[in-house]
Design a binder for this molecule. Sequence first.
Ligand SMILES: [Mg+2]
Length: 162
Amino acid sequence: MFPFLKPTLIYEGDVTRIRLNDLKELGIEGLILDLDNTIMAPKSARLDLPVKYWLDVMKMNFKIVVLTNNKQAFYLEAVRYVLELPVIGFAKKPWSVGIHEALDILNLSNDKIAVIGDRPLTDIWLGQRFGFKTVLIHALTAHIEPKWKYCLRKLEWSFVKR
Ligand SMILES: [Mg+2]
């Protein structure tokens, strides 16, 4: 019903469910990762071990940038330090603010890039607009979210799945 929200790949689990080969088979060489709820709990600047192991494997195989709508410069600096990756804030996803900086860093054609995130209306839509591959995963922290956020997330996912 909403083709612009249809991801290339969809996982019934968090980011660590994504297998290296799933991305390799799509010809992916670079990743644009969402931050909040995709690789870290919001405002935590903390990387859980399973995600760290997953990220270590991805770092060995892909060029990676993190693209987030977060606007707190101090927090973004902390995240850069923890992740040891380029982190672009103020991105205003799904709009194109920030994407050009990400593309400069990756220096790949758009079809070799995958956007990975937990939100159809920001991450997936952005990916579709730029001709990237898109990977939708579940939030790391869905279980501790406020109820209204959880409901909003469910509603967004209902647009993706028929
Ligand atoms: Mg997110």
